[in-house]
Design a protein around this ligand. Structure first.
Ligand code: MUC
Ligand code: MG
Length: 372
């Protein structure tokens, strides 16, 4: 008889960041990981992680709601069910619980990790097989200070760790932000590419002014300049400028992707397992993007090592992504809760080898950082 899901435990883990991380809607000094430990009747444990940014600042789920909704609603739907039929388990969650994409992503990750460990296969193998074992990773400059960001960029370049940079803007008036970005791009010159993420902070008129100036400054990509729901505006911006638009908050799952593509969007999509309810949903969005000729980007909600590894296993199954990945979450944190950190080298990261995610917890660190 196949294993059944026996228990699901959730932990809130608070890890300090290496420096304040300033986005348009919040400044982070700490990241809270919701860690899932799922145990099956054969003794196998699956690990999962859900994170968001700045409590409720980024989206409708907070770390506390992710934990509470798993504990009270989602875990009871899974406990006692056969552990190996991921399709049936995803359908059960979808039928009985709306929304809660980050919580569902943490659970799907734990289910995949346990199944991989049972079968001796990596999560990438469970998802069809890895096409890459090393993925490019950019770094986000978000100290809030132009000179510090330039120093940080040169450090990362000199270490061979990152050569593509994303700047978080939108918290300041547009002219100040444009000056900040242009100064960083001018300092880096041809040594590095620079893109921006506005995190929905501009209206369309401001976006037209800001993007025109950023395009002139040599910026490579403009991420989510206007509010997520304004699909028509995003499509207009994509048609208006040479510099491509990246849809992030606007595109959570395959349905959003289809709507944007059908409306004539011609930029790129940020894939995030957290937005899509797990790796499978993110890959479904990638299928829509590829069918529509829309570029791919491997995105993060600043997950720690477990969520980052889950994303890497998914991205590794795709053809080369036009815009690379931003799977640097663990590097933004002062410490980790795993025995073996991910290997960042050669401007990217190695895909961890399985079984499952290929990640083992450091129980002492987990206990130390878990919220009491
Ligand atoms: C986002 O909106 O892209 C990704 C990198 C980063 O610094 O923040 C995240 C969220
Ligand atoms: Mg973004």
């Amino acid at each position: 008889m196949s294993a059944v899901i026996e228990s699901i435990e959730t932990l809130l883990v608070d890890l300090p960041t290496i420096r304040p991380h300033k986005l348009s809607m919040t400044t982070m000094a700490c990241q809270t990981l919701v860690i899932v430990r799922l145990r099956d009747s054969d003794g196998i444990e699956g690990l999962g992680e859900g994170t968001t940014i700045g409590g409720l600042a980024y989206g409708p789920e907070s770390p506390e709601s992710i934990k509470r909704n798993i504990d009270s609603y989602l875990a009871p739907l899974l406990i006692g069910q056969p552990a190996d039929n991921l399709n049936a388990l995803r359908a059960r969650l979808a039928r009985h619980a709306r929304g809660n994409a980050i919580a569902k992503s943490a659970l799907e990750t734990a289910l995949l990790d346990a199944r991989g460990k049972r079968l001796g296969l990596s999560v990438a193998e469970l998802l069809g097989g890895a096409r890459h074992d090393h993925l490019p990773v950019l770094w986000t400059l978000a100290s809030g200070d132009t000179a510090k960001d330039i120093d940080e960029a040169f450090q990362r370049l000199d270490e061979g760790r990152h050569r593509d940079f994303k700047l978080k803007i939108g918290a300041n008036p547009v002219d100040i932000d444009v000056r900040h970005v242009a100064a960083i791009k001018a300092a880096l010159g041809d040594r590095a590419s620079v893109r921006v993420d506005v995190n929905q902070a501009w209206d369309e008129t401001t976006a037209v002014r800001g993007i025109a100036a950023l395009q002139d400054a040599g910026i490579a990509l403009i991420e989510q300049a206007i509010p997520a729901r304004e699909h028509a505006g995003l499509i207009r911006l994509a048609g208006r400028f040479r510099v491509p638009m990246l849809a992030d908050e606007a595109v959570a799952d395959a349905r959003d992707g289809f709507a944007l593509a059908a409306g004539g969007f011609n930029g790129a999509f940020a894939l995030k397992i957290a937005k899509s309810g797990g790796p499978r949903g993110a890959l479904a969005l990638a299928d829509v993007a590829q069918a529509a000729g829309i570029g791919l980007y491997g995105g993060t909600l600043l997950e720690g090592t477990i969520g980052t590894a889950a994303s890497l296993h998914a991205w590794a199954t795709l053809p080369e992504m036009a815009w690379g990945t931003e799977m640097f979450g663990p590097l933004l944190l002062k410490d980790d809760i795993v025995a073996e950190p991910l290997a960042y080298r050669d401007f990217g990261v190695e895909l961890p080898t399985g079984p499952g995610l290929g990640i083992t917890l450091d129980e002492d660190k987990l206990a130390h950082y878990s919220r009491k």
